[in-house]
Ligand binder design. Sequence first.
Ligand SMILES: *Cc1c(COP(=O)(O)O)cnc(C)c1O
Length: 349
Amino acid sequence: MFELDKIIRANIGRLKPYSSARDEFSGTASVYLDANENPYGSPLSQNYHRYPDPHQLALKKKISTIKGLPEQNIFLGNGSDEAIDILYRIFCNPGVDNAIICPPTYGMYEVSADINDIAIGRVSLLPSFDLDVDRILSSVDEQTKLLFICSPNNPTGNSMHKDDIEFLITKFNGIVVIDEAYINYSRQSSCIQFLTEYPNVVILQTFSKAWGLAGIRLGMAFASAGIIDLMDKVKPPYNISENTQQLALQALDNIEIVNTRIRETVQQRNKLAVDLDTLSIVQKVYPSDANFLLVQVNDAPATYAYLVSKGVIVRDRSRLQLCENCLRITVGTPAENKDLIDHLKTYIA
Ligand SMILES: *Cc1c(COP(=O)(O)O)cnc(C)c1O
């Protein structure tokens, strides 16, 4: 049985959150002398002298409509990376508890664990890059609080089977974190529906990939109201800047542009996969549900160095397990992809 109160850290259960000036007075007034802000404004033409909304209500309202999810189930962070760190701090006692990751996967799960002094259990993906469900469950112990599942997975590009994910949610009494950073490029739909059935699920999405807003740093977490309350309690009060809130609101009004570019990226991904496959140095192009391709070549470090010399930077992932001689290549514009393919053709010659 999953019980939220039982698995959070005792100090977090006792925590009295910071109360900001805007928490203590949230009405409208003509004179605000309560937050030690600068009444003259900044030296810029835009007005940034007031603190931003600590609860990001306008932004959450808009995201709520688009995602079909109540605002109380939405947390916003300074990138998904902030949400990952906060989950460790809510659920894992440093030096005591542990989390499970399934490599090869996104590096931040482990770095964030290391920062928080949380032990990591590594259960490799199967050679097919699917979840090794039995080994994951047999690796769980009393101190296992978090299980990270990345779907579509970085760097392999595949989506995890939804029935595997659901089975793990039902068998594991900790929190299953499903990182959907690349979900907009996936053939498989989001796991958001699991939230209505299961209390131990956290879904991460981000504005950094399909929304094209990596620079504003905005990540989303979707979970039960109880988990979202805890995340809000632990976050720094003003974690999302005024700039970020305003820009994200504008972006959300332009969803058609985003959807058009998603379709374009998916088309380019499929074309790039075909083009790469015809090259003799390419051993294998793995199927991808993301905006990148994992590509096995004859000699990844040499191919990487050659591309750098041509001014084309890809990611050498060949040191990761199950990724021998693999490069991770982000899908670019048609011109960028052509550049890449042209250089690789001359490399063979
Ligand atoms: C890019 C990426 C993110 C995004 O992180 P942000 O902090 O939101 O920019 C999250 N998870 C995975 C697996 C990623 O590849």
